[in-house]
Ligand binder design. Structure first.
Ligand code: SF4
Ligand code: SF4
Length: 187
């Protein structure tokens, strides 16, 4: 009698285990939908494979997320506020005073300085977002790009200035020229 009960219990246990395995096997045919953390059922167990097929599939990131920085350099007035507030000094700006009219930003702010250099070292950045909050023209922003892997760490220094060293040298020369006292050649 005991042997018969043991056999019966073994069969029931094996069947329970098999049911779990078969359940997962059938669910594996379905793909779980990537969901952003802001969605209501983000933490609910969904049916299907949990593994996201990255990079073909990505989990949507929240709008307020802090990821890679971008500078819309045409809208930058080179005020240096972002570099000054950065707690880890990862923004390097080299400004040259413009002697000619260099136009306005998209919000109508007059531009008076050239950005001969505007580098952000994202390897140093701690994603605090302070630089984006102080920018008067809102031209430095956090994008939703988070998957930026590089083979060489130096590639994480993003260069936003569009000015070549030769152009920068010319702008400096023009500035020095403008500082020279005007000679009056009238007889
Ligand atoms: S997010 Fe913070 S650490 Fe990164 S560049 Fe801006 S101020 Fe510096
Ligand atoms: S705070 Fe904004 S406008 Fe000023 S230098 Fe930085 S990015 Fe340019």
């Amino acid at each position: 009698m005991k042997e018969r009960n043991d056999i019966w219990n073994s069969l029931i246990t094996a069947w329970k285990g098999l049911k779990v395995t078969l359940g997962h096997a059938f669910q594996a045919g379905k793909q779980r939908k990537p969901q952003g953390v802001a969605e209501d059922n983000y933490f609910k167990q969904q049916e299907g494979l949990v593994t996201i097929q990255y990079p073909r599939e990505k989990i949507p990131v929240p709008e307020t997320g802090r990821y890679q920085l971008h500078v819309e350099i045409d809208d930058c007035i080179v005020c240096d506020l972002c570099a000054k507030i950065c707690p880890v000094d990862c923004i390097e700006i080299d400004a040259i005073k413009a002697v000619e009219d260099i136009g306005i930003t998209s919000d109508g702010t007059k531009k008076r300085l050239h950005a001969a250099r505007f580098d952000i070292d994202m390897a140093k950045c701690m994603y605090c977002g302070l630089c984006t909050t102080v920018c008067p023209t809102e031209c430095i922003i956090m994008t939703d790009t988070y998957d930026k892997s590089v083979a060489n760490m130096h590639e994480l220094t993003y260069r936003f200035s569009e000015m070549s060293p030769e152009e920068a040298a010319e702008k400096r020369r023009m500035l020095e020229e403008s500082k020279k006292p005007k000679t009056d050649n009238t007889p």
